[in-house]
Design a protein around this ligand. Structure first.
Ligand code: MN
Length: 728
């Protein structure tokens, strides 16, 4: 393979300083490997990525002291074993560029295209996640989170190759760090590799991890394995030769490969079965690669003729492939040296899929496919592996567009303690609060996502660190139902609102009934139990609180209930009662059963009236509101109200400000309003309203005095012509 000439112009355009001393050697081995399956143009692009990466990492070194660029090149070489496409290879070469150098993602995108940039970005995102090795259940969620974050499987493949090279060069790090990384690899990355069908990678990652976590145990087993291999070497070789000869004599062309178990898998087997190494059998096996499916079955017959098969250990995965598309014949026979021997028989194509796993489906054109796994099987396999029930889209998309959402319905986020919560896609900070605990949800005032303050409706993304800010004064409101998507959060909020509404209805009902009784001159004495029972019987209500709640929520009129206690009033009585009507005091903190009409926006200090709306409670209007006049025709529906001496809350009020068309006036008025410690809820500029432009504000005030102050201050603005409180 000829190394392409330095394309200095292209590099300069990319803002890369040209260093003529960039050694070409590290890339040449890679380019040689790639030339087995990529065309010259693709390799030239890869070489360009190498120059780009070498420049970007210029001066950086690995802990071992070698130039940093050697690492990404090694990662690319590992990926070339899977025969991945040139974009994956380029992304592998650049995988640490965004994270560890000054080069922005846009430059990578401009220079190598969006696809490469997205792959690099995906790998960087995974690298940014800081996680400790967790207990088993957590590890499972963490694996899913990683998979969910890398919407393109190639991101995971690059990350796995990255981890593979880091594991192979782990010795350079301090011992404690070695153990941490090894444990993480064993818990997270090896299982992911296994899941993706990359069994070879998974085995190597396991062995490397095991080696660094338990160096002594590793050495002992490896030594025993080597010793036994030495003892058996001659026998195994004889066995292989005789199998090969038998097959050849039957006119079959076969490749016979010896197999031995990994150190880690032997360790697992020993600890699982409580056996010593000497007590373990089937450590050896053979894999036989045939030219055709027919030949596989013929070879099986010959093997069974040579060695006695163990009953019940034969499986035909060719006729019935595994869900992942894996095909092979498996049998276990009694070997010549008294050990059982596992034999796998398959074609070259089947072997490739078994070795490369999910990557087999991306392998660069590699000759005629004979019975290769159909794409839908591959997709189905992934979905099954990942325990995902839902299948979306057209199955062939799997191959056509490499992007798939592995968990379209889920999002994985971190709690402040580093635990992982799984939530449905679209879940918000509020949902998270309820997922942590009902009490946290009910007292949730805000949230921080990745240390930034956010509002409760903020939608969560994979990998977010979420922290809830709770407050004793915070409580669920009806609008929360718009922010929550999880069933748990919504049900809890609804329950809370229901009991809160009931509580408020009972309180309001009590006040209304007290007022009605007082008005009817029943006296100030409390009702006796007998009187209450009589009342409940007469009205057919089960208990006292139910009755009060009915009154409070406008289902029953307090006056009608009070009437049951007394003879019907005479006309004279009626007049008297009207004069003595005790208004209901409005405190501003009543909750859900007192509403303020939007037509007139009453504020403390205004004279007001209240109107019953069945099921909703009382709506407060100003007495001069046109809508209030309409309601007056239904006297039984209105209730006298007045502001209590102490009113709490912020009340919206409409302001209309006419101004000279002067620039900056809006900002100045807004400042004046803010200086009066009032919030602006809404601003509207109406150019066609009257001679002069009018600005409409909705501001929040405490009462009429506060409003008067604001109006006075606005009037001092020279550009203001007129300011009024607007109603309706
Ligand atoms: Mn790396």
């Amino acid at each position: 393979m000829q190394i392409p000439a330095l394309r200095t112009k292209r590099l300069r355009n990319a803002g890369i300083r040209i260093n003529p001393r960039v050694p070409r050697k590290p890339a040449s081995a890679l380019c040689d490997k790639l030339s087995e399956y990529l065309d010259d143009q693709a390799i030239e692009e890869v070489y360009h990525a190498y120059l780009f990466g070498a420049e970007a990492h210029q001066g950086q070194r690995r802990v071992s002291g070698e130039p940093y660029i050697n690492h990404p090149i090694a990662v690319a070489e590992i990926l070339s074993e899977l025969r991945l496409d040139s974009r994956s290879i380029i992304a592998a070469i650049l995988h640490d560029v965004i994270e560890d150098t000054e080069i922005p993602a846009e430059t990578v995108a401009r220079e190598f295209g969006d696809e490469v940039a997205e792959l690099v970005d995906g790998v960087s995102k995974i690298s940014q996640i800081e996680f400790d090795s967790k207990e088993h259940a957590e590890a499972e969620n963490l694996r899913k989170m990683l998979l969910a974050m890398s919407r393109d499987i190639r991101v995971i493949l690059i990350k796995l190759a990255d981890r593979m090279h880091n594991m192979r060069t782990l010795d350079a790090l301090p011992a404690a760090k070695q153990r941490t990384i090894a444990k993480q690899t064993l818990d997270i990355y090896a299982p992911i590799a296994n899941r993706l069908g990359l069994h070879q990678w998974s085995r190597e990652l396991q062995d490397l991890s095991f080696h660094h976590i338990y160096p002594n145990r590793y050495r002992a087993i490896a030594k025993a394995l080597k010793k036994r291999a030495g003892n058996r070497k001659a026998v195994v070789k004889k066995l292989r030769v005789s199998i090969e000869r038998e097959l050849r004599e039957s006119g079959l062309d076969a490749k016979v490969l010896g197999r031995k178990k990994s150190v880690y898998s032997i360790y697992k087997k020993m600890s699982r079965k409580h056996r010593s190494f000497d007590e373990l059998h089937d450590i050896y096996g053979f894999r036989i690669i045939m030219n055709s499916v027919d030949d596989c079955y013929r070879a099986l017959g010959i093997i069974h003729n040579l060695y006695k098969p163990i009953p019940g250990r034969f499986t035909d995965y060719i006729a019935i492939p595994k869900a992942n598309g894996y095909q092979s014949l498996h049998t276990v026979v009694f070997g010549a040296f008294g050990e059982s021997l596992e034999v796998q028989i398959r074609t070259e194509d089947m072997n490739r899929i078994a070795e490369a796993g999910v990557a087999a489906h991306w392998i660069y054109k590699s000759g005629p496919e004979s019975g290769a796994t159909p794409p839908q099987l591959a997709r189905q396999w992934l979905l099954d592996l990942l325990d995902t029930q839902q299948q979306t889209g057209n199955p062939s998309e799997f191959l056509e567009h490499l992007k798939i959402d592995l968990f379209p319905d889920e999002v994985y986020v971190f709690t402040p303690k580093g635990d992982i919560k799984k939530l449905p896609r679209g879940a918000t900070a509020l949902d998270f609060a309820y997922a942590v605990h009902t009490d946290i949800g009910n007292r949730c005032a805000g949230a921080r996502i990745n240390h930034e303050l956010v509002s409760l409706p903020t939608v969560l993304n994979n990998g977010d660190h979420v922290e809830i800010i709770s407050s004793d004064t915070a409580h669920p409101t009806a609008t929360w139902l718009n922010y929550a998507v999880t069933g748990k959060a919504r049900a809890t909020i609804r329950n809370y609102l229901k009991s809160q509404q009931r509580y408020e209805a009972v309180n309001l009902g009590k006040r209304l009934l007290d007022r009605a009784i007082k008005t009817r001159r029943f006296g100030r004495k409390k009702l006796t139990d007998d009187q209450r029972r009589m009342l409940l019987d007469a009205l057919g209500v089960d208990n006292w609180d139910d009755l009060l709640s009915d009154i409070g929520s406008g289902i029953r009129m307090a006056d009608m209930v009070a009437k049951q206690l007394l003879p019907p009033p005479t006309n004279k009585d009626k007049t008297v009662t009207d004069d003595n009507d005790q208004p209901l005091a409005i405190h501003g903190s009543e909750g859900m059963l007192i509403h303020y009409a939007r037509c007139c926006n009453p504020i403390p200090g205004d004279t007001i009236v209240g109107f019953f709306t069945t099921g909703r409670g009382i709506v407060i209007h100003t007495t001069d509101c046109p809508n209030a006049k309409g309601y007056r025709k239904q006297p039984d529906k209105w209730v006298p109200v007045e502001w209590a001496a102490e009113v709490t809350g912020h009340f919206p009020v409409n302001l209309r400000v006419e101004v000279h068309n002067k620039r900056g006036v809006l900002a100045r008025i807004a400042t004046v309003i803010a200086e009066q410690e009032s919030n602006i809820n809404n601003v509207n500029v109406d150019e066609r309203d009257g001679k002069f432009p009018a600005i409409r504000f909705i501001v929040e005030v405490a009462d009429r005095i506060h409003l008067a102050q604001i109006l006075r201050q606005i009037r001092t603005e020279p550009s203001v012509i007129k300011v009024t409180r607007a109603k309706g």
